[in-house]
Design a protein around this ligand. Structure first.
Ligand code: ACM
Ligand code: ZN
Length: 534
């Protein structure tokens, strides 16, 4: 071959192979959270056309997730897929017991797209990755294999439905967003001073009285109120529907029933639960209130155990969150029953009384086969070895707990509070936040293992982002606060030791199209850093 022809042929080959491969800045896969390993094959894989089939190995859970994927592909790509009732399909889903439970292996080749998972959850995560690949490349994927597994077993997000109420459909859309990010726990904040949101059959006043407040303070705890009654609650049937909806997306719902503080709504419904037994109301302002459950009366424990009896029937999760944060002790100091309890139990002060309270409820949970999660305040006055700490006042509580041999979920308000502002100077047109400043970049730098040595690290179960809703009344606003910071936290939880902010930026620029395809509202600041600096 003459030289010129050789060069032309070589160029032709290069273009053909590069056209199909997943290498180079443009073609590089943009998966969030970033997978463990991607190997590019030097050719294109199968093209998915309308009518392409998904073949399942014999596992019931696979059919459910295939149906969800078919809906996602139709909505996002306009691609009409179907389940192959017999024989093979262009997409193959199966379980591979050699993989760890949440791990998956995805191979895109001329033969089709094969996803194997260590369990159904792993296959589900493979399908979430496939959604991202289709959004990036369209129906013809470059050939590749992806091997992937999460770093942390616990990857969570919390939604506060007490300060503002969100409908069952809105909660489902929240759960959809978690699933897209491979988050596997939904922490549902169900009781607080401003509203009790879960039906408890034995105590009907909890929702009849406790789920309604007369009005809501305007702005940042000003002296002006909106004058508009506000309320809402979930029936147990609806809560079960959420548990089931989440489970089909491999998300465990952890309910939070707050005690002994943040109890105004419960006390308004049943005043005997408080130390003075009178003058309680569902709060109309934000903050921390002195109205807390009486720790002296036996009737408080009877009540809470009866409540939890119904809660654990609705929520099958191993963990039940009992709050424990921000409990003022004033009413206990002047309550004869609380003081008698301190004496009888030989407790040294009200902090130990809180500890008594939590330990007693934890013991009850254990007797019923469940485990307690509490905010880091439960460390004060002592906790049992089996309590799991959710560290929110920074990481210090979590670090101390891990060193003491307790399990920990890191959710520090330095990185994980998604009600904080996302820009340094929020006077502009950024929607309301509670204060503070946590940019996407900041959330991305969370190190759940910070200051912990090799022996202490296994106590860190994972990470969680929290959406408190004092200043967030609509689902669009929730999404604005959640996205894209949730993606940053998801990458901490899934891809801890392979994070790279610049590469994350590149991938997010592509991933955000999935937000758009699904109509999710996301904050723009991370994508327009130059503008923000102005
Ligand atoms: C909390 O933010 N009070 C847990
Ligand atoms: Zn009392």
């Amino acid at each position: 071959m003459p030289n010129m022809k050789k060069i032309l042929f070589a160029t032709f080959l290069l273009v053909v192979t590069a056209g199909g491969a997943c290498m180079g800045a443009v073609k590089k896969p943009a998966i969030v959270p970033v997978p463990q390993q991607i190997t590019c094959l030097d050719r294109q894989a199968v093209t998915l056309t309308n009518g392409a089939r998904i073949h399942l190995s014999s596992n019931k859970a696979l059919r459910g997730m295939a149906e969800l994927f078919i809906r996602d592909a139709a909505r996002e790509e306009g691609l009409q897929l179907k389940i192959a009732e017999k024989s093979a399909g262009e997409i193959q889903l199966s379980i591979d017991p050699t993989l760890s439970a949440e791990a998956y292996r995805l191979e895109a080749s001329e033969q089709g797209i094969e996803i194997r998972g260590g369990s159904p959850a792993g296959v589900f995560y493979g399908l979430q990755t496939l959604r991202q690949l289709l959004a990036q490349y369209g129906p013809t994927l470059p050939g590749m294999t992806i091997e992937d597994a999460p770093t942390f077993a616990y990857r969570g997000a919390m939604l506060d439905c007490c300060r503002h109420f969100f409908t069952i459909d809105e909660i489902k859309s929240f759960i959809d967003i978690l699933a897209l990010h491979k988050i596997n726990h939904f922490h549902w904040h169900l009781t607080d001073d401003q509203g009790w949101r879960l039906e408890i059959r034995r105590y009907p006043e909890l929702v009849k009285i406790g789920s309604h407040r007369t009005e809501t303070v305007l702005g940042n705890n000003t002296s002006v109120y909106d004058g508009v009654p506000c309320g809402g609650y979930y029936t147990q049937k609806q809560a079960r529907e959420i548990v089931d909806y989440a489970a089909r997306r491999f998300i465990t719902v952890i309910p939070e029933i707050e005690m002994p503080g943040h109890a105004s709504a419960a006390l308004a419904a049943y005043p005997f639960l408080g130390c003075t037994g009178k003058n309680y109301k569902v709060q109309t302002r934000w903050g921390v209130f002195p109205e807390v459950f009486c720790a002296g009366k036996e009737s408080t424990f009877d009540f809470l155990q009866n409540v939890l009896t119904e809660v654990i029937e609705v929520f099958p999760s191993e963990f039940i969150h009992l709050g424990g944060d921000e409990c003022p002790k004033e009413s206990w100091k002047t309550c004869p029953a609380c003081q008698k309890r301190i004496q009888d139990e030989q407790l040294s002060d009200e902090h130990e009384l809180q500890s008594y309270f939590v330990l007693r409820m934890e013991k009850w949970l254990h007797e019923h086969g469940r485990h307690l999660i509490g905010w880091d305040e439960i460390l004060e006055g002592g906790i049992s070895q089996s309590a799991t700490i959710m560290s929110w006042r920074g990481a210090a509580g979590g670090i101390a707990a891990a060193r003491a041999g307790n399990k920990v979920i890191m959710s520090p308000n330095t990185h994980c509070y998604l009600d904080y502002y996302q820009t340094r100077n929020p006077q502009g047109n950024e929607p309301w936040g509670i204060g503070g400043y946590i940019s996407v970049e900041k959330a991305y730098t969370l190190d759940p293992y910070d200051q912990l040595d090799e022996a202490e690290r296994p106590y860190i179960l994972g990470v969680q982002g929290n959406v408190w809703t004092e200043y967030i009344a609509s689902v669009a606003h929730v999404q604005h606060m959640l996205l894209p910071r949730l993606a940053a936290l998801a990458e901490v939880g899934w891809s801890y030791d392979r994070r790279d902010l610049e590469d994350f930026r590149r991938r997010m620029d592509i991933f955000r199209h999935l937000y758009e395809l699904n109509g999710y509202r996301y904050a723009p600041y991370f994508f327009t850093p130059a503008k923000q600096a102005e």
